[in-house]
Design a protein around this ligand. Sequence first.
Ligand code: HEC
Length: 137
Amino acid sequence: MKQIFCFIPFIVFAPSLQAADMGKALFFDNCIACHGVTGQGDGPVARDLNVPPADLTRIAARRDGVWPMLEIMSIIDGYSRNAHSREDMPVFENFLDNEMVEFDTGNGVTVLVPEKLIEIVTYLEALQDPAPTSYVP
Ligand code: HEC
């Protein structure tokens, strides 16, 4: 848990929470306890879980290089929870209750999506190692 407290100053004193920083702050605030600071699944709580937290730098690698924006959003906000439940991975409904921004699904359709959800998933996208080779909405 020590690691978490080290990052609180960053969150509190971030000068202005600009879009690019918002995803990072949300990640440090909500995800690192399990997924670890680097997202590789080695957070302090990880060893207490039945299911090991996924390595979040390998989301695309696990899907043959494809970055599935909407699938990742629904894993986090719980929309598709009925379709494939993920033991020990909490649902972040609070990410839904904030300003809605336009999101281009890539097939000519624009939908309104909560800004926090977009920012956290954009942050995860930047963590991918190797970078995604293709994208699906
Ligand atoms: C309480 C621990 C815990 C916290 C906190 C947590 N996760 Fe997870 N997460 C898990 C576990 C465990 C899994 C693996 C579930 C499985 O494989 O069934 C997982 C899986 C995932 C996956 C699926 C990866 C894939 O390739 O399918 C994503 C995406 C994810 N987490 C994102 C996040 C994000 C973003 C946050 C913070 C907003 C977060 N998690 C917070 C435990 C956690």
